[in-house]
Write a protein that binds this ligand. Structure first.
Ligand code: ATP
Ligand code: MG
Length: 274
């Protein structure tokens, strides 16, 4: 199973959710691998003091060399809590180059491992700009999770690009709303759900302690399992692992008129609390 995650604007917490999903993945669902396919450059290396060169860089090189496929484990690194990751190099130029080079065989190695070993691949695609070099992950994905905060600017980008997201034709896609600090957890979630229907997941709690553990800023012997973020993601991971989700019932999305700009009306923007 391949789960792609991405954002449309800002840094809503995509990497945090990718790690949280891997951490909370059901024990009988296979050993998840987090692939940091972020064209803006990786954060995991710096956050966890990982060795440079082992990860996407070494996978891209192995794919280019061709020959007998070698085990993916050669490229995988382990985070202190035990999560398995394929980190991206820091720096957008290097990361974009390496993601492009994965077309030489690296992506195929990943998808083959997902299929042969039943290994869930959780692919952090970073910001989903047009022409993103992480596009092969979108094409391969069973599920896409779009991570957004209920902010005017992020919702405006979501509304303007819904038709692009639909065009990627990922079998199932969902919008994960990350709660805002200082707001009730479900702030604006109902409004977003009114437009996007069952595609909306969350809200993901704003939880600095759990997010700090997942960013390597805090240590915790008990992990994130009992935190608010951890409990929410446990449910999300369980639902995703249970089945490749079928396309949800049509959520009543307003269809863009032919020749229109493809925009969809999301909740009106406002700055006050609801
Ligand atoms: N649910 C959350 N609650 C509290 N803090 C969070 C949450 N999610 C993320 N954060 C914090 O927000 C910051 C950005 O998170 P993260 O790196 O996951 O975002 P991102 O979308 O991957 O950003 P980028 O596009 O820059 O890669 C980090 O400091 C992280 O710890
Ligand atoms: Mg990130």
């Amino acid at each position: 199973m391949i789960i792609a995650l991405g954002s449309l604007k800002g840094s809503p917490g995509t990497t945090t959710l990718a790690l949280a999903l891997a951490d909370r993945w059901p024990a009988d669902g296979g050993e998840p691998l987090v692939v940091e396919a972020d064209p803006a450059g990786g954060d995991l290396g710096a956050r966890f003091g990982l060795a440079a060169g082992r990860g996407l860089v070494s996978l891209a090189a192995a794919g280019r060399r061709g020959g007998q496929p070698r085990p993916l484990d050669e490229h995988v690194q382990q985070l202190p809590g035990g999560l398995q990751v394929l980190p991206a190099p820091a720096g957008a130029e290097h990361a974009r180059q390496v993601l492009g080079e994965l077309g030489g065989g690296g992506w195929s190695l990943l998808w083959a491992a997902a299929q042969a070993d039943g290994r869930p691949m959780i692919v952090d695609c970073g910001r989903l700009d047009p022409l993103t070099p992480a596009a092969p992950a979108l094409r391969a994905a069973d599920v896409l999770l779009l991570v957004v905060r209920p902010r005017d600017d992020e919702l405006a980008h979501l509304a303007a690009r819904i038709h692009v997201v639909q065009g990627w034709q990922v079998p199932a896609w969902y919008v994960v709303v990350v709660a805002e600090p200082g707001r009730t957890p479900d702030y604006r979630v109902r409004d977003i759900t009114r437009v996007l229907g069952p595609r909306v997941l969350g809200p993901l709690p704003y939880d600095t302690a759990a997010a700090g553990v997942l960013a390597g800023r805090r240590q915790s012997r008990s992990g994130i399992g009992r935190t608010r973020l951890g409990r929410t993601v446990t449910q999300m991971a369980g639902a995703l692992a249970a089945s490749v989700p079928a396309e949800p019932a049509p959520p009543g999305l307003p269809v863009a008129p032919p020749g229109g700009d493809g925009r969809v009306a999301l909740p009106p923007t406002r700055t006050g609390a609801r």
